[in-house]
Design a protein around this ligand. Structure first.
Ligand SMILES: Cc1cc2nc3c(=O)[nH]c(=O)nc-3n(C[C@H](O)[C@H](O)[C@H](O)COP(=O)(O)OP(=O)(O)OC[C@H]3O[C@@H](n4cnc5c(N)ncnc54)[C@H](O)[C@@H]3O)c2cc1C
Length: 793
């Protein structure tokens, strides 16, 4: 991972870069890895990372002059049930867009590619033709040679012993051989990353797992054949199975509490160098037996060698790539459990971010600030074990996983749970997803399932009556001080409200004009502002605020996320309900849409904002967290006569897509500008300088390349989820970003990016939805209430 970054930093022109290694290169986890580089990854941006590595590695030898043993074996992932095949169809869409070759094949074709594989119970395979495997040391040394050829430096046998921040903002990196002063530091210490992070006073959500593979003696059938079998990945055996020269190689991801972490307390000893752990084949049963069942020719060859080494594992699977929370110019490039497959790709996109301020792919899912203080030792361990054991499980949409739940809960958690609430986890918070009023459990599927009608009821309650939702996980900040207005105007593309009570939606841009954050800002009074952003952006936006403040500026920033709860009260009857609980006049004259005030509700103070993400008359109420239950109980009682209903985030997604509200992290990402995202009304280019203004003005002058579209699609039994290919004729012209079913308008809807020439309202497209291409039409306005009459009602 470190060498992959060094190579790409140098490629991006940053050659004044030094990699410090305590032993030999690869002497951590890399040297003993099995070296497989799969293309098939369920995450679009991670698939881009893998695809880039698979593109680079076969050329590395020619590029660097260093030998690389690339085996272009291809790979086959096995499907045992229909959900696996649905997933393959979804991945095929990703493959078409990312540009790696993939075919969904049947058992007979699998047999042709690997005649030794027993296909009992197999219904299909995902054959990825650009996969390969390579000796990890060869890859690392080739990238190291490439990096040093370009001018970067590597120092080996030199441990970093401490890292300190200088008053100048530079980092002082103390090593066994002396001190290095650096403008930027990257922690790429693999299994030692937590130990290194301690040097700068923080921690990382990484759990180092033990992982084993076995190598057999020569297999006669392999000896007798010229071609190499594809790397087989089989959920039945929780294994990868491949040829290692003429021998067999089987690696197992054990689960059911049989996995082990290293070191038990998370901190490996510094002296660990090129270390392997004792074999523990017991842990691999029964999966090893199943792998042998699949490939009996391997069983006969006998086990010759067992490799048991450490894999650094992030808490949710993808690596940690990006800035460390709360530290300026301190970056992370670690937590990769597939560091061979990801080394080059992670290096490329992280180097772009570090050198140019943005990466060309969406980095939201890799940003280390997706974890906060809630990710403690227990959390990391539980999530790390869960993720490791599920390596060959098919991810199912909406599936709730059991590990490390209830880290952050609002005071309503128990009450809502007793009412049938099913929760989903965002940034540690348990947030209502839907309400099971009849005790049903969701049957997870890529298709419409048994909660489709339940969500309809929740949505229609909001559209026709009144609904209530606990959204306490919102990130919240109080920003105040004599310079607060000027500061926020400099940080954000929109203009701050000039009147007390005004609310604006504002975007934080990078210097390149790309979207870094989205905040709702209320001017409470004078120089006191209240900022809200997505739950998952709590630390990112805190960094934007704190690091955006200039020396000497009179601005106080307080993260008040845990101090305030949030209730969304929305629907045509919301005014009637709230009026029963407050003396504050709620009519349009006294409480306009897009204004907020501090009022009393049910006898307790709350910040009331007339704004919401569901597109109805309504208020968000932000009382002290301790008063949340008082207000909730009073609202439920007052709302009874109006048929009030609890609703969850499934309903929110449907309601917001009907209103064409964009989502941060989906439509609004570091890949796009406000112009691309069709958000120009939130740009105030006539105000004084703000971050990203110059780049935005520059883009205005140039040719457009990308355009957000909003469309309806003739979906039959599954909605757009994001990352599906968009076609005109046979040409793939774009990518969806998110979607959902709109129950009030009875349409399946979505967003995506295409070229400007394909974005005109009325343009006919097709979208790859699982195993079908569905017709879609670009819409020119929100499907529901385009004039915002409901919001202003
Ligand atoms: C048995 C096994 C099989 C695997 N198979 C595959 C596979 O097929 N494909 C795949 O993609 N992945 C595989 N992996 C996972 C892969 O090995 C890891 O994801 C990858 O090696 C992580 O790379 P890294 O650069 O982050 O860590 P490392 O390779 O550990 O590199 C970190 C480096 O930092 C150095 N370091 C740490 N602290 C300091 C310090 N204070 N000062 C200086 N230097 C320091 C260490 O010495 C080390 O060399 C496998 C893992 C195992 C255990």
């Amino acid at each position: 991972m470190g060498v992959g970054l060094l190579y790409h930093l140098a490629e991006e022109g940053c050659t004044d870069a030094l990699l410090i290694e305590k032993g030999e290169l690869t002497s951590g986890s890399t040297w003993h890895a099995a070296g497989q580089c799969p293309s098939l990854v369920g995450n679009y941006n991670l698939a881009k990372i893998h695809a880039y590595s698979n593109w680079l590695y076969p050329q590395l030898e020619a590029l660097t002059g260093q030998y690389v043993s690339w085996h272009a074996s291809g790979g086959i992932r096995i499907a045992l049930k229909k959900e696996d095949v649905d997933w393959f169809h979804y991945l095929k869409g990703i493959a078409d867009n990312v540009g790696f070759r993939m075919e969904i094949i049947g058992p007979d074709e699998i047999k042709k590619l690997n005649p030794f594989f027993d296909t009992t119970g197999v219904i299909a395979g995902a054959w990825t033709l650009d996969d390969g495997h390579a000796d990890p040391a060869g890859l690392t040394n080739a990238m190291a040679r490439g990096a040093t050829n370009m001018g970067a430096k590597i120092v080996k046998h030199n441990r970093v012993t401490d890292i300190r921040l200088r008053p100048s903002g530079e980092w002082e990196v103390e090593t066994e051989q002396g001190t290095v002063i650096a403008e930027k530091v990257v922690n790429a210490a693999g299994s030692f990353a937590r130990e290194v992070q301690k040097m700068v006073g923080s921690d990382l959500p990484i759990c180092n797992m033990e992982h084993q593979y076995i190598v057999t003696g020569p297999v006669q059938e392999f000896v007798d054949r010229d071609e190499e079998i594809p790397v087989m990945r089989d959920p039945y055996a929780s294994s990868y199975i491949r040829q290692e020269q003429k021998s067999g190689l089987i690696g197992i991801y054990e689960h059911e509490n049989l996995a082990e972490a290293w070191a038990p307390n998370g901190y490996p000893p510094w002296e660990s160098d090129s270390e392997l752990f004792p074999d523990d084949l017991e842990r691999l049963m029964p999966w090893l037996g199943r792998a042998m069942e699949r490939m009996p020719v391997i069983e006969q060859a006998g086990i010759k060698r067992v490799v048991n080494g450490a894999i650094p594992h992030s808490a949710d699977g993808p690596p940690l790539l990006g800035p460390a929370a709360g530290l300026e110019n301190f970056w992370l490039c670690c937590g990769s459990s597939f560091g061979i497959a990801q080394g080059a790709g992670c290096g490329k996109y992280l180097a772009q971010w570090m050198v140019h301020g943005d990466s060309e792919i969406n980095m939201t899912g890799f940003d280390p600030r997706r974890f906060g203080a809630f990710a403690d030792d227990d959390y990391m361990r539980a999530k790390g074990f869960q993720d490791y054991g599920m390596t060959y499980f098919t991810p199912l949409p909406g599936e709730e996983l059991p590990a490390a739940r209830e880290c952050r809960t609002s005071p309503l958690y128990g009450k809502l749970k007793a009412k049938g609430c099913v929760f989903t986890q965002t940034f540690g918070w348990e947030r209502p997803k839907w309400f099971s009023l009849d005790g049903r459990e969701e049957e997870y599927s890529y298709r419409r399932n048994n909660v489709f009608e339940v969500v309809r009821d929740e949505c229609l309650a909001v559209r026709e009556r009144v609904g209530i939702l606990d959204l306490s996980g919102f990130a919240k900040y109080d920003v105040s001080g004599a310079d607060a207005e000027a500061f926020l105007n400099r940080l954000c593309a929109n203009r701050m409200p000039t009147k007390d009570g005004g609310i604006v939606l504002a975007h934080i841009l990078s210097d390149n004009g790309r979207i870094a954050g989205e905040v709702t800002i209320t001017r409470l009074a004078g120089d006191r502002f209240y900022l809200l952003s997505a739950a998952g952006a709590e630390l990112r936006d805190l960094d934007h605020l704190v690091q955006g403040r200039l020396d000497g500026e009179d601005v106080e920033i307080a993260n008040v996320t845990d101090d305030r709860g949030v209730l969304v009260l929305a629907g045509p009857k919301s005014r009637d309900v709230l009026a029963k609980l407050t003396d504050e006049p709620l009519d349009n004259e006294n409480f306009r849409w897009l204004t907020g005030k501090e009022i009393m509700v049910a006898g307790v103070p709350a910040r009331a904002l007339r704004v919401n993400y569901v597109g109805e008359l309504g208020w968000e109420l932000h009382p002290a967290m301790g008063d949340l239950e008082t207000i909730y109980d009073a609202i439920i009682e007052a709302g009874e006569e109006h048929g009030i209903a609890d609703f969850g985030l499934y309903a929110v997604n449907s309601l917001r897509i009907e209103k064409a509200y964009r989502g941060w992290g989906a439509e609004l990402t570091n890949e796009v500008t406000m112009i691309d995202a069709d958000m120009e009304r939130f740009l105030k280019l006539d105000k004084d300088d703000f971050t990203g203004k110059a780049a935005t003005l520059e883009q205005q002058k140039g040719e457009r390349t990308l355009q957000l579209i909003y469309f309806e699609v003739d979906a039959v039994d599954s909605e757009v989820r994001g990352n599906e290919p968009i076609f005109i004729g046979d040409a793939c012209v774009g990518l969806t970003t998110s979607g959902g079913y709109g129950y009030a308008v009875e349409k399946s809807l979505g967003f995506g990016y295409v070229g400007p020439e394909q974005s005109e309202p009325g343009t006919e497209l097709t979208i790859g939805l699982l195993d079908h291409r569905r017709r879609a039409t670009v819409l020119g306005e929100p499907a529901y209430d385009p004039a915002n009459e409901r919001l202003r009602a």
